[in-house]
Structure formats: C-alpha cells, structure tokens
Design a protein around this ligand. Structure first.
Ligand code: BGC
Length: 741
C-alpha cells in the first residue's frame, strides 16, 4: 500500500513537472498578463523582436512563429472590413469571401447621438472582422470637422469634442469586446487631406487640448483602445508618427496608453525618431530607404534593418525595442492569442439590421415645410439625380468597401412605394467612375447628354409628378468626400444648384436628399420645402432613406456639425487659415489654426452668426415639449457632480425620439471662453403623449478650460449657466449654479 502511494505521488509529481515544462509562463493563461509578456520577451531573438515591429505585407505584420504567436492582420476600417489586396500590391486579391456589410459612415453614426448605436456598430464590425481573420480594424476616426472642405470629414464624428468622445468610446468597447483591436485615427490634427504629408500644424495648447485631443483621450483613458494610428501631418515640425510631444508625453506618459502606436501607411520618415519618439509598429512605408516605391521593401523599413544596424553598432541598446515589443505582445494577447474570443460571421442578418438601424437613427430631417414629409401615399413619384443610382460604398479612399449588397436609393423608393408609379430622371452627371482599387460595381453610369438637356428632361417629368425626390450632394470621388484631397468649393458640384432651382419652379413638392459627409451651400433653400441629410449610409442606404421618407421611421438624427451658409461663417476660412502657407523651400506648409478653440458653433456663437442649420439641429415628424429644468443643487464643489432634470413630452401623434442637449456657459472667467459648450446629452424614445424625465449629469471637467500656463485643466469658481434644449440654437431651459471654492 505504502509503495503504491509513493508510486502514485511520484507519477503525479512528474506529470505536473511535465505540465509545467510543456506550458511555459507566456502560454499559461492563468499567469498575469505582464508576466507572460516578460517571459515571451525573454525568449525572443533580436531578429524576432525587429520583425514584430514592422509590416511584412500591405496589411500584416509577423507574429513570432517559433513561439506560436500568429501573424497580425489589420484592415480598414472604419465602416466595414475592406476587401483583401495582394500581399505587396494595392491590387485586389480577388477573394470570394471578402464581401462585407457596409455600415453607415461615421458622420451618420455621430448624427444618431446615441452611444448604444456606437456599441452596436463596434460589435457588428468586430464580428465581421473576426470572420475575416483581422485582429485590428483601422478606425474609428475622430479628427475634428474643422472646415467643410475637409475631404475625410465623412469618416469622422463631427465638430464637437464631447459628442465625438461619447460616440467613440462605445464603438471601441463594442469592437474590442470581440477580441478585435481598434486603431483610433489619425492622431492628431489631421484636418487636411490635400497636403497631409506636408502640413505642419501650428496651434495653441488650449485648442489642442480642448478641441482636437479629447476624443482621442476618451478613446485611450475610457475605452482603453489597444491601438492608435499616428497621423501623416506634422506638429511642431515633427511628423506625428514619431512625435515626441504627442506620443511620448501626452499619449504614453499623461494618458498612460499601454497599447500600440501604428504608423499611418507611409507616415514614418526617420529611424532614430521612430525609435525614440513612441512609434511601435511601422506600416505602409513603401520604402527602399529613399521613400521611393519599391516592392517587398519590408527589410528596408525604418524600423527594420536600419534599426537593427543601429543596435549592432551600439548606437542604441534594446531598451526602446523591448518596450515596443512588450506593447506588441500585449496586443497579441488581447487579440490573436485571446482564446476566449468569439467566432465571427460575415454578412449576417443581424449585421444588416444593425446597419439599417444606425442609418435610420442618423438620417437628419433638416427642413420640413408644410409637413411635406412623410409622404402621403403619392401616386406619381419622380426620383431625380445621379446619387439615386450611384453606389457610395465604392470610392472615398481607404474606407472603400466591397459589399455583398448595397440598396440604391432609387431601388429603395421603388420597393417601398410599390403602389406608386416611380419614374427616374438623371438630372445631372457627376462622376461616372464606379470603381476603386480594383473593386468595380459592374453598373454603368455612362451619360453623354448635356446639363441643359438633363435639366430640361427632369423638369418635364417633374411637372407630371405628385412629388419629386432629388438625390444630390457629393460623392466619393476625388475632391468630393474622398481621402487624399480636400473639396475645392462649398457649393454643390455638377450644376446641381441650377437643377434644384429648376425643379423647385416646376413642382412645389420637392424633397431634396443630400448625400454627403459634409455641409454644402444651399442658396435655393427657401424654395425647397423639405430637405433631408442622407449621409453615406452603406449597405442599407435605399431602404433606410425610403423608410424615413415614408414615415415608417420617424427621423431623429441631429447634426454633428454646424451647417454654414457659406465658408465665410467658418472660423478657419474667415481668418484665412486654411490650408496654410508654404515655406520658401516648398517642402512644408505651415497651417496656423488661427481660430483656436472657436471651431463650429463656438465660432458662429462668438461672431453671432446664424448658420443655415445649427449644430445639434434635426427635426421629427412629431413634436416635443420640454418642461421645467431643475438641478439637484444650486452650488457644487469641485469634487461633486451636479444633475439636471427636465421632463420631455411627445406632444404629437406618432412615436419619436428627441435628443436633449445640455450646454455650459461660464459667466465670468479669467480667459476667453466660448459662449457655450456641449457637456451632456441624452436621446429619449417617446410614444405619443408619453413623458420622461431626462437626467443629465456634469462634473467639474464640464466647467474646466485648459490652462496653458499651468498645463492643466482648471475650473474657476463662480457662476455658470446650464442651457438645455434640442439644438444648439434652441436652448430654452436655463438654470444658473455656482462652483464653490
Ligand atoms: C489612410 C489610413 C488607412 C491606411 C491603410 C492611409 O492612407 O490615411 O486611414 O488606414 O491608409 O489603408
């Protein structure tokens, strides 16, 4: 018996010893993450360490094969999972399993003013990414809408730092809950496309911290993003992909970011700066060391052999390298090595439902005279405009997608209004190219008739219709809403203004649906009774827009930016501060953000300008009434919170949603402050006759400004006012309170 026990014990001991041997710390899930990282790091060779910090193909970087870490695949982002390109070419790989669901562009998501929609967005996108084997999505983008000419505004979340912050956090949390990393972009101050590699942004610390950084900060400190993408441009004469202040000081020291800084594709320019200034993972350099295009040049990346040589020559120790690799390993454990992550699925019904719901909540009813909308069972509908028949998921730059389906507006209208006769007139010719990066839509938009002929045809048809729905706006072509260039004009392109004027004279029931991610000039606005902002809403575009026009869905979107009458209402343009001034050598363009913190409504408020549509504006098919605003106290101290409550009633006859917005006004300050700033909001869904109490809570941060002399946020004691309402130009409920010492 004794012998047997001893034998059993020794067997158990050897087995557990063997178990220990076969399961090193870095693979043992029961061990703390940081210990696993250190263990893995200690086992890696110099070559393996160098390998994981730069790309091996257009969108992937190597894992550590010897230790069982798989390769790391990234992909754009941010509106759906981009189709695969060849290993080392910007050419379609021709896969048959990479047709995705296109979710609405992020301006539309921001226009929902509903963080739950952002969570749903992130989760759905994460599931698509998982199916496609992508560990990181290159998004979301939160650069601030500084001017409506910004070519990539459609990819971002509008002009307000608070709104963008509230929306970006749940997007990231949803995405990362699936074990897929976000890569928030483009950090920071990437507000121009045209000269994005050459722009050196000159900006006050206050504007940097109050306007341009908060959404990134929330992404890091609240959402805990695992990745962030450095921007192409420069700040303080240093490229942002290896910028000491932005990366080392603000991101990693102040915000304690523990994830990976990824370069934008080709945004790295210097090995030594990249080593010391916070870049962790280099992508897209396309370099042979000369910044020239060269294929399979990965060994020549700034963080590849050039880095290894500096270590071998003793110019650098492996201190910085180890720190970068630690971050990469942490990212691997969070994504590729996360064995708890769920399975993904592509093009599922639930993803289409999510895309539809987000689109329906984001579409904004800008104007609705005579309650022309929703349409009352029209018998003859005329649809006009190229944007009714143009796919918008293809084009626009890196966010371009290959979709399994995209319902075009004309098809959506035909499907929804089956009982009606639906005719179509082209109206204008925009850009007939319907392909991007090898993805072609397979439908021709070829048209040779002149603008005059097209307008005349549309007018003739309009005279016979009960209602005319014009789909116009911008598109995803160069110089429109598209990466790489900025818009060249605020006005609508392709003679659309003439078309709109002509249609408005021919038929008084004209509905204009504007497809864009930016504001546009509307000199004809007084002649058009109904205007809808239809964004770029992805796969379900036609169905989403038709459901709003028909009244199946009551619109509840609110503008995430100020819609100016003209560029002169925008601070950056009024001060002639866009796009900046070239230096003599014509290498760098200095762009001074002269408007400072006065971006969007902060500028129009200060100048007492009346925009075409205010930030936060958006109509509904029902009416809402706000009751009396109350606060849980009249005085607060710096450590306390203050909660405002206001009853909201749906006073109309259909269900609908209203977004209650709270702005703070500092009545007396030692520094210049905006008239008001958004600091809380909540969207409520109400049945006819229903009332809900909406509570909005603020803390000291909502009262603070960034003190440039102290380099910190400061809330000065004194009187503040809370302004509450349903748009930045409709804030009838007000209440003063005091911040005590
Ligand atoms: C864009 C990024 C994008 C990357 C990869 C760059 O040109 O600026 O937003 O993620 O390409 O496609």
């Amino acid at each position: 018996m004794k012998k047997l026990t001893i034998a059993l014990w020794s067997l158990l001991a050897t087995t557990s010893l063997q178990a220990q041997e076969v399961l090193p710390v870095y693979l043992d899930e029961s061990q703390p993450l940081e210990q696993r990282i250190e263990d893995a790091l200690s086992r890696m060779t110099l070559d393996e360490k160098i390998a994981v910090i730069h790309a091996q193909s257009k969108f992937s970087s190597p894992g550590v094969k010897r230790l069982g870490f798989p390769d790391f695949w990234t992909d754009d982002g941010p509106h759906g999972v981009r189709p695969d390109v060849l290993w080392d070419e910007w050419v379609q790989a021709g896969q048959s399993n990479d047709s995705c669901v296109a979710f609405p562009a992020l301006t539309c998501l921001a226009a929902t003013w509903n963080p739950q929609m952002a969570r749903l967005y992130g989760e759905s996108l994460g599931e698509e990414a998982l199916y496609r084997g992508k560990a990181m999505i290159l998004g979301p983008g939160v650069n601030i809408y500084r001017t409506p000419l910004g070519g990539r505004n459609f990819e971002y979340m509008g002009e307000d730092p608070w709104l963008a912050s509230r929306m970006v956090v749940p997007y990231i949390q949803g995405l990362q809950s699936k074990g897929v990393s976000a890569c928030v972009k483009h950090y920071a101050l990437n507000n121009d496309e045209e000269f994005r590699h050459q722009v050196n942004v000159v900006i006050s610390d206050r504007a940097l911290h109050e306007i341009y950084l908060p959404a990134f900060k929330a992404a890091v400190t609240e959402a805990g993003t695992w990745g962030i993408m450095g921007a192409y441009n420069l700040y303080k004469n240093q490229h942002n992909c290896h910028n000491d202040i932005l990366l080392n000081q603000i991101l990693k020291r102040d915000w304690q970011f523990d994830g990976v800084v990824v370069s934008d594709w080709g945004g790295c320019h210097n090995t030594e700066e990249a080593i010391t200034n916070g870049l962790d993972l280099e992508f897209g350099s396309w370099t042979d060391g000369l910044t020239m295009g060269a294929t399979n040049a990965y060994d020549s990346y700034y963080l590849a052999l050039p880095y290894k040589r500096l270590i071998q020559e003793g110019k650098f120790s492996t201190k910085e390298l180890d720190e970068k690799v630690r971050r990469l390993l942490r990212l691997f454990y969070r994504t590729t090595m996360n064995r708890q992550k769920p399975y993904g699925f592509l093009c599922s019904e639930s993803h289409y439902e999510a895309a539809l719901k987000i689109a329906q909540e984001g579409i904004v009813l800008l104007k609705n005279d005579r309650s022309l909308l929703p349409l009352q069972q029209p018998k003859r509908i005329l649809v006009v405009g190229e944007n009714a028949i143009k796919m918008m998921t293809v084009g626009g730059g890196s966010s371009s997608l290959k979709v399994q389906k995209e319902i075009l507006p004309l098809d959506g209208i035909r499907d929804r209004f089956k009982g009606a006769e639906v005719d179509f007139a082209r109206g204008y010719v925009g850009d007939t190219v319907q392909s991007y990066n090898g993805v072609t839509v397979g439908r021709s938009l070829y048209e040779t008739r002149s603008a005059d002929v097209l307008i005349a045809e549309a007018v003739e048809k309009a005279k016979k219709a009960d209602v005319v729905i014009l789909f116009g706006g911008l598109n995803k072509s160069n110089y429109q809403d598209c990466e790489g260039h900025d818009r060249q004009q605020y006005g609508l392109p392709y003679a659309q203004d003439r078309l709109i004027e002509a249609l408005a004279s021919a038929n008084s029931n004209l509905v204009y649906v504007n497809i864009s991610g930016n504001g546009v000039a509307m000199p004809w606005l007084s002649k058009v009774p109904a205007v809808v902002q239809g964004w770029f809403v992805g796969s379900e575009a036609g169905e989403a827009i038709a459901s709003v026009l028909a009244g199946d869905v009551n619109p509840s979107g609110k503008l995430p930016f100020t819609w100016y009458t003209g560029l002169e209402q925008c601070g950056a343009h009024a001060l002639n501060a866009f796009p900046g001034v070239w230096r003599e050598d014509h290498q760098i363009i200095d762009e001074e953000y002269k408007e400072g913190i006065y971006v969007g409504y902060r500028w129009t408020d200060k100048q007492k300008l009346k925009p075409l549509f205010a930030f936060g504006h958006g109509l509904s098919y029902t009416t809402f009434k706000l009751g009396k605003l109350s606060a849980d106290k009249q005085q607060m101290t710096a450590n306390e919170k203050l909660t405002f409550t206001i009853p909201v009633t749906n006073t109309g006859s259909v269900a609908g949603a209203e977004t209650v917005q709270l702005y703070i006004s500092d009545k007396k300050s030692s520094v210049d402050r905006p008239v008001k700033e958004l600091k809380a909001f909540q969207k409520v869904f109400l049945q006819p006759g229903e009332t809900q109490q909406v509570s909005l809570t603020i803390d000291r941060q909502a009262l603070s400004f960034y003190d440039e002399t102290r380099g910190e946020w400061v809330a000065e004691p004194g009187v503040f006012e809370a302004l509450v309402g349903t748009a930045s130009d409709n804030l009838p409920a007000r209440c003063s309170f005091n911040l005590n010492k």
